[in-house]
Write a protein that binds this ligand. Structure first.
Ligand code: F3S
Length: 398
């Protein structure tokens, strides 16, 4: 990979340890993927924030970089392992909280915005169409590429941090137009009625796409929350972090329909639900907000919970960014949800909080949430918002 004189000096250590290490990572990546050069990025989104996933080795790595590493571009963070303010309310233990705060301190020192959300595009990290960025959380990467039309590979935590310290990333993969053409058409011959149907659709397309880029037809209407749900699911279950949806996402007009076509029928959606839903009744946890809730979703939750009471046998979590929660506070959605017995889980999520062993079962609107909950040894139910709230109130799935 060709380096400019300035980049060579960075690699030699002229700008300190963190930049040198970052250049080593970027050059290694660039060489593996045959990148010709580094390109500037407009923003970075860093995953790998939860102490639950990082452990001691990860914390040590971050502290080393934080000694002299300062980010050069707008950089935001993925969810952490706990609500940074109200962690006690979520049952997080003191030692975990202490370690998680050390991780956050390291990121703060680097100049990263402590946004702790997988929906950075809802709180100000919103790239422009065609802009190169280096993001790492898979649903956010898919949203950036597909819904915004920005260009990013799915970065790992270290390569995203490296891009933040250098302000650049190697020019390969989805940064190149020739790698962004759709390979396979999915025609959706199904009416999608509730938010979880978008997760089920993502499951079907993700599994069948087998790492190809889908071009989706047959969708006549879609809103932002449905798109973010679909983004999370389709990439979790197997497709590349980029898709086109005819007349719904930017760039879809540039491409011919791929020849290979798969039609998604009702049976496919039903099969997705069958495969995601386990056989159980008592629900220990209901979690909404994978990806993190928008203010519109929180408004719907508040409306559905008005004058209701969450079952004493069930916890009800609303996962969102702190910035979105602040809007919810002002509009009194927070008070309605908390009066009903619900809890906000800001800065964190059902996949990265240390939940293993605490809950046996979870109900959620999210196909991705179910996927990761199974990794936490939980049985899962996926359904629409009304079904999930009903389960929280009754303490069981019906
Ligand atoms: Fe976001 Fe966590 Fe889901 S990072 S997409 S809420 S698994």
């Amino acid at each position: 990979m060709h380096l400019t004189k300035k980049e060579e000096k960075m690699l030699d250590g002229e700008e300190g340890y963190a930049v040198k290490k970052s250049m080593e990572i970027l050059v290694a990546l660039g060489n593996i993927y045959d990148a010709e050069r580094l390109i500037k990025v407009g923003s970075v989104q860093v995953a790998g924030v939860s102490y639950h996933n990082l452990g001691e080795a990860g914390l040590e790595f971050l502290n080393e970089l934080a000694k002299d590493g300062r980010v050069k571009v707008l950089t935001t963070l993925n969810p952490a392992g706990m609500d940074l303010k109200d962690w006690k309310k979520l049952g997080i233990d003191e030692e975990f909280a202490r370690k998680q705060n050390l991780v956050i301190d390291a990121f703060k020192k680097m100049g990263i915005i402590i946004s702790c959300t997988c929906t950075p595009y809802l709180i100000g990290n919103l790239p422009r169409y065609g802009e190169h960025v280096a993001w790492s959380e898979s649903s956010a990467v898919t949203f950036a590429n597909s819904v915004i039309g920005a260009k990013t590979n799915r970065e790992g935590g270290p390569s995203a941090l490296a891009a933040a310290f250098v302000g650049k990333t190697p020019h390969y993969g989805l940064h190149l137009d020739e790698n962004r053409a759709p390979d396979i058409r999915f025609h959706v011959a199904v009416k999608l009625r509730k938010i979880s149907d978008w997760g089920a659709l993502g499951y079907c397309i993700g599994k069948k796409a087998e790492n190809k880029i889908p071009y989706i037809t047959g969708i006549e209407d879609v809103d932002l929350d449905e798109l973010k749900s679909f983004c999370a699911s389709v990439v979790t279950y197997g497709s590349k972090p980029l898709f086109y949806m005819k007349e719904m996402t930017p760039g879809s007009e540039k491409y011919q329909l791929p020849k290979e076509t798969i039609t998604i029928e009702n049976e496919d959606i039903e099969e997705a639900y069958q495969s995601i839903n386990d056989d159980f009744s008592a629900v220990d946890l209901v979690c909404i907000g994978c990806p993190h809730c928008s203010i519109k979703e929180i408004a719907e939750i508040a409306k559905l919970l008005k004058n209701k009471r969450i079952s004493p046998n069930t916890e009800f979590w609303v996962a969102c960014s702190r910035s979105v929660k602040q809007i919810a506070d002002k509009r009194s959605y927070t008070i309605t949800i908390e009066r009903a017995g619900g809890k906000f889980a800001c800065d964190t999520c059902m996949a990265v909080a240390p939940l293993k062993g605490r809950f046996r079962s979870v109900a959620t609107t999210s196909a991705k949430g179910c996927y990761y909950s199974r990794h936490n040894n939980m049985m899962t139910k996926m359904g629409g918002l009304k079904e999930c709230i009903d389960a929280a109130v009754k303490g069981k799935w019906s």
